[in-house]
Design a protein around this ligand. Structure first.
Ligand code: ZN
Ligand code: ZN
Length: 169
């Protein structure tokens, strides 16, 4: 029972299936798709028009049906934040993590759609947040997936691969 993927609110099934396949290759672990969670209204901040990722992680932790899985990765198609930051691409705890798709699409920046790039970004952020759940901290190597992304440029430069130091053994 390795990694469980779940949709938080409405997420295109195509994206989840894509990430399932890519994460399986990246970690060599079994990846399953679980029953999703409803739109997390409890985490919504009206002023910011964003969802508080920490509140969603807490709700994921409390779900009994997820408890048998080693790691749980939530996918949300809404913008996330934590206090003091304008936004986050994702957040991780010890067993649960979440990534947002919103800022991984070119269209968010008024750039032409690029499905290949989008897929790579989703994997990169997924591997990064799961990396945290496996105990990895941020890496100073800008080409390592554990590098902290301040912007989408950082995400594109680092890509989904671990550096030699971070690679889980
Ligand atoms: Zn991080
Ligand atoms: Zn590294």
């Amino acid at each position: 029972m390795d990694i469980l993927l779940i949709a938080v609110g409405e997420v295109e099934i195509k994206v989840i299936e894509m990430l399932k396949y890519d994460l399986n290759k990246a970690f060599g672990k079994q990846v399953l798709v679980g029953k999703g969670m409803p739109r997390p209204d409890y985490a919504f901040n009206k002023k910011r028009n964003q969802y508080l990722s920490t509140a969603i992680l807490k709700a994921m932790m409390e779900k009994k049906e997820y408890a048998v899985y080693e790691k749980i990765l939530g996918i949300i198609d809404d913008d996330l934040y934590v206090p003091k930051l304008n936004f986050v691409f994702g957040e991780a705890g010890q067993r649960v993590a979440i990534i947002s798709l919103t800022r991984l699409r070119n269209e968010f920046y008024n750039l032409p759609k690029d499905q290949t790039l989008f897929r790579k970004r989703v994997l990169t952020e997924g591997v990064h947040e799961l990396g945290h759940t496996y105990g990895l901290v941020h890496c100073r190597n800008p080409h390592c997936v554990m590098f902290f992304s301040n912007s989408l440029i950082d995400t594109d430069v680092k890509g989904p691969d671990f550096c030699r130091k971070c690679k889980p053994r």
